[in-house]
Ligand binder design. Structure first.
Ligand code: PLI
Length: 461
C-alpha cells in the first residue's frame, strides 16, 4: 500500500440497498440463448452487475427523492416546470425550455422543425437515435469528427473535436443553405465517451456563424465534458464546472438533452433554445408528441428531480467520483493489457472487440459476441457499440462498417461499489484468457429501425 498517496472516495454514503441476484452458468446459458444473444433482451432479474447503460439507471439523492414528494401534478403550469426552467436558464444559459419525456423526444421535435428533405446534418460522430430522427426528417448525416476519434489507441485528449476542414469542405460541397444545423455532442458516446474542447467549439461557432448555420448541442453528458475541459484544457483549470458548462452552451443555439444521464434521474429530457420563433414552433409541436408544454410527457415530480439533479451534477466532488470510478476500471484493464479505448471515457469503459477477438471478422459481430460471452462468464451485462449499432446506409441498404467495434461497460451513477468494479475486471480477464475459443454470431432477425435493441443472433457452430 502506498501510504504517501491520498485516496478519495464517493461523496455520499448508502441509505437504501437493492439486492442483487447471482445466477449459475447453466441459468445464464438458457437466458442468453432465449434472448437471441442480445443483452438488450435479457430480463434484468437474470443480470448480476448491470452495465448496459448509464441512461436512467442512476441512484437519486435524498434531496431528489424529497423533491419527488412535492411533485405538483397539475396538468398545466406545474410549479416543478418553473423550477426546472429556472435551473436550465441558470446553468445551461438558454432562454426557452420545452420538457420532453427523454432525449429522443427533443430530437424528434427539433429535427422536424429545422430539417428539410435533402438537407445534410454534420456532426461529431453519429448517435443512434439522433441520426435516425435526422434521417426520418429527410436529412443525411455526415460525420465530421477528427480522424483520431476512429482510432481506439489514439491518445488525443479531445477526441470529440470537430474536424473543421471536413466541416468546411461539406459546406463548400453542398452549400450552407442545405445545412440547417451542426450537431455537436459533448461527450461523444460512440467514440468512447470522448470530450470536445472549448477551443474547438469556439471555432465551430465561428465557421457556423460565417455561414449562417445553427449549432445544436447534444448536452446529454455535457457536464462530464465540462469536467474533462477543466482537467485537460489549461485555460479552464480554475473555473467551476458550472462556469464551463455555461460557456460551452454559449457557443450553441440550443440543445437536446437526455436528463437520464448527467442529471441523475430515471426519466426526463428537454429541448432548450434561444430563438423565440423556433421555440414557439417547438412549443406548438410538443403538444402533439409529448404533452402540454409545461410537462412534456413528465410527471411534476420527474421535473423536480431533474431540476435538483442539475445542482448535484455540477458539483466537482460528484463528478470526480463519477469519472474516477470509470477510470479505476479502465486503468486496471490497461494494467492487464486488455484492449480498451483510450483515453478512458467519461461514462464508460469501451473494450476494443476487434483487438480482443482478432480471429472474428466484423460480419461475425465481435462486439455482440463479446458482450454475450461476458454475460455467460459472470452475469455482467454490457452493450454492443459496433456494426450492429451502426445499422445500414439509408440509401444503399449496406451495413455500415464502423472502424470502432466496441463493447461498452457503462457505469450507472452512484450505483456500484469498488468491489463490484473488481469483480468486473476479474470477469473480463477470465474471458480474455480464453478468447481464442470464442466463436462469432450470425444475425437471424433484424428489425427495421435501431436494430441493436431487438436484433436476434445465433452462435456460429
Ligand atoms: O435515451 P434518450 O432518448 O433519453 O436519449 C437519447 C440520447 C441522445 N444523445 C446521446 C449522446 C445519448 O447517449 C442518448 C441516449 N443514450 C443511451 C440510451 C445510452 O445507453 O447511451
Amino acid at each position: 500500500m502506498d501510504l504517501k498517496k491520498r485516496s478519495w472516495a464517493e461523496p455520499f454514503k448508502i441509505k437504501m440497498v437493492e439486492p442483487l441476484r447471482m445466477t449459475s452458468r447453466e441459468e445464464r446459458v438458457i437466458a442468453i440463448s432465449e434472448s437471441g444473444y442480445n443483452t438488450f433482451l435479457l430480463k434484468s432479474k437474470d443480470v448480476y452487475i448491470d452495465l448496459l447503460t448509464d441512461s436512467g439507471t442512476n441512484a437519486m439523492s435524498q434531496d431528489q427523492w424529497a423533491g419527488m414528494m412535492i411533485g405538483d401534478e397539475s396538468y398545466a403550469g406545474s410549479e416543478n416546470f418553473y423550477n426546472l426552467e429556472k435551473n436550465v436558464q441558470k446553468f445551461y444559459g438558454y432562454k426557452y425550455l420545452i420538457p420532453t419525456h427523454q432525449g429522443r423526444g427533443a430530437e424528434n421535435i427539433i429535427s422536424k422543425i429545422l430539417i428539410k428533405n435533402g438537407d445534410y446534418v454534420p456532426g461529431n460522430m453519429y448517435f443512434t437515435t439522433t441520426r435516425l430522427h435526422q434521417e426520418l426528417s429527410g436529412a443525411t448525416f455526415v460525420d465530421v469528427i477528427i480522424d483520431d476519434a476512429h482510432d481506439s489507441q489514439n491518445l488525443n485528449p479531445f477526441k470529440g473535436n470537430v474536424d473543421l476542414k471536413k466541416l468546411d469542405s461539406l459546406i463548400n460541397k453542398v452549400g450552407a443553405e442545405k445545412i440547417p444545423y451542426i450537431s455537436v455532442a459533448a461527450t461523444v458516446n460512440m467514440a468512447g465517451g470522448q470530450p470536445i474542447a472549448i477551443s474547438n467549439l469556439r471555432e465551430v461557432r465561428k465557421l457556423a456563424s460565417k455561414n449562417k448555420i445553427k449549432v445544436l448541442l447534444d448536452a446529454t453528458r455535457a457536464i462530464e465534458n465540462a469536467y474533462f475541459i477543466k482537467i485537460r484544457e489549461e485555460e479552464f483549470k480554475n473555473k467551476s464546472l458550472a462556469e464551463i458548462l455555461k460557456e460551452m452552451c454559449s457557443y450553441t443555439d440550443g440543445c437536446t438533452m437526455s436528463g437520464k444521464k448527467d442529471l441523475l434521474v430515471n426519466i426526463g429530457g428537454f429541448l432548450a433554445l434561444n430563438d423565440f420563433e423556433i421555440f414557439e414552433e417547438a412549443r406548438n409541436m410538443v403538444v402533439i408528441y409529448e404533452g402540454l408544454h409545461t410537462y412534456g410527457g413528465l410527471a411534476g415530480r420527474d421535473m423536480e428531480a431533474m431540476s435538483r439533479g442539475i445542482d448535484e451534477a455540477v458539483s466537482e466532488d460528484h463528478m470526480k467520483a463519477r469519472i474516477g470510478q470509470v477510470e479505476y476500471v479502465g486503468n486496471k484493464l490497461i494494467e492487464l493489457e486488455i484492449p480498451i479505448v483510450q483515453p478512458i471515457g467519461g461514462h464508460a469503459v469501451f473494450l476494443d472487440a476487434k483487438k480482443f477477438l482478432p480471429h472474428l471478422n466484423q460480419l461475425q459481430f465481435p462486439a455482440q459476441t463479446l458482450a454475450a460471452e461476458l454475460y455467460l462468464e459472470s452475469g455482467i451485462r454490457a452493450m454492443e457499440r459496433g456494426i450492429v449499432s451502426a445499422g445500414r446506409n439509408k440509401d444503399t441498404g449496406e451495413n455500415f462498417l464502423p472502424k470502432l467495434e466496441l463493447v461498452r461497460l457503462t457505469f450507472p451513477r452512484r450505483v456500484y461499489t469498488q468491489a463490484h468494479c473488481d469483480v468486473l475486471v476479474e470477469s473480463i480477464y477470465e474471458v480474455y484468457q480464453r478468447r481464442n475459443e470464442v466463436k462469432g454470431l450470425k444475425m437471424v432477425y433484424e428489425p427495421k429501425y435501431l436494430r441493436f435493441f431487438q436484433a436476434r443472433f445465433e452462435p456460429i457452430l
